[in-house]
Design a binder for this molecule. Structure first.
Ligand code: SF4
Length: 180
């Protein structure tokens, strides 16, 4: 089954991620000078629109898709390639209806075997993310809101860094120019 990107096209509130998962992309956008543009876009987007990073213009990306694929959050990396722990303790593949059908029945609707236990377990990766930063990973948000919050957080941190540098510069300047 090819990459249909139906999950990326779903309303953004169906995809929940934590802020910490977008911190690398937020830094990248600030470095590239694109943060303001994305913040404006995110401020004007409706709740039921898909992920803002989805590029549907096939002239920009040959097959359409994620504009920042290398920096996408965890669920986008694991969806379709991982398992969730069910109430009975067994693992169940994390798949959409279309992928489940393709995996379970193959292209000819013939049952094919699959080994659930070799799949990465979502909860294990969620724990790893939590250990990176409990504050930034303590809550999940719809994907567009998580990206906006990550941009605001990184912007605020960068602003504080600039103030701190400016204060240090002025302190060293005044100490160098102190009257004897
Ligand atoms: S971040 Fe990329 S892969 Fe994830 S939903 Fe958005 S467009 Fe799709």
């Amino acid at each position: 089954m090819g990459s249909c990107r139906k999950c990326c096209q779903t309303p953004a509130y169906n995809i929940e991620v934590t802020m910490v998962e977008f911190i690398p992309l937020a830094f990248h956008l600030f470095e590239a000078g694109e943060a303001d543009e994305w913040l404006t876009r995110l401020s004007n987007i409706g709740d039921d629109e898909p992920c803002v990073l989805l590029e549907r213009d096939c002239t920009r990306l040959p097959a359409g898709g994620c504009r920042y694929y290398q920096l996408r959050p965890m669920i986008c990396r694991l969806f379709g390639f991982s398992a969730a722990i069910m109430r009975n303790g067994l693992l169940s593949p994390v798949l959409c209806r279309l992928a489940k059908r393709s995996l379970l029945f193959g292209d000819n609707d013939q049952p094919i075997s699959h080994t659930e236990t070799t799949l990465p377990v979502l909860a294990d990766y969620a724990r790893k993310i939590f250990s990176l930063d409990p504050y930034l990973s303590g809550r999940q948000y719809p994907i567009n809101i998580a990206l906006k919050k990550a941009l605001e957080y990184v912007g605020f941190k960068l602003y504080l860094c600039k103030i701190s540098e400016a204060l240090q510069d002025s302190t060293s300047f005044s100490s160098e120019h102190q009257c004897p």
